[in-house]
Design a protein around this ligand. Structure first.
Ligand code: FES
Length: 162
């Protein structure tokens, strides 16, 4: 897949979202493997993201989204290089959650879940639960979240695509 210069990514995003496909980077890891940032970065890859009626749709039957078939797991989607990745987590049999990975304390990136806890990468001690709610400070506010639905093993995310 071709490299996309950062300045081109947003315009391509608009074009592709109009046409129903969006280029993104996806990283996903099992609960046991998600605590290492280096491994997360190695796992990033460009992929196409389906857009249906203005919503991001992840088909959990696709191998790239298999992590979300296991409770407690999560994955990240990099929609543009200017925005923090979106984190999607499997909360229960019937529920997924989607929220920003940008910590509400000082903006560091929040890591993927490990045993139900998403630690902030800053080392300040902040941590969030599988729905992006503050577990431990210093963050005072939950991570900004986006409405999701799980329908027929497909995740629908109401994310503002610009
Ligand atoms: S930036 Fe996340 S705890 Fe400080």
């Amino acid at each position: 897949m071709e490299d996309i210069p950062p300045e081109d990514l947003l315009s391509r995003r608009r074009f592709l979202s109009d046409s129903g496909r969006l280029l993104v980077m996806i990283s996903s890891f099992s609960t046991l493997a998600c605590s290492c940032t280096e491994e997360n970065e190695k796992g990033n890859r460009l992929a196409e993201l389906a857009i249906e009626q203005g919503r991001i749709v992840l088909d959990l039957n696709e191998s790239r989204y298999h992590a979300l078939n296991t409770l407690g797991n999560g994955l990240k989607i990099v929609i543009t290089r200017q925005e923090s990745p979106l984190i999607i987590t499997r909360v229960s049999e019937t529920q997924v959650a989607a929220f920003s990975s940008q910590c509400t304390h000082a903006g560091y990136e929040v890591l993927l879940p490990d045993q139900g806890v998403l630690a902030c990468s800053s080392g300040h001690g902040g941590a969030f639960d599988l729905e992006g709610r503050v577990l431990t400070g210093p963050p005072k506010n939950n991570l900004p979240s986006y409405p999701t639905q799980l329908i027929a093993n497909r995740v629908h995310i109401a994310y503002p695509l610009g």
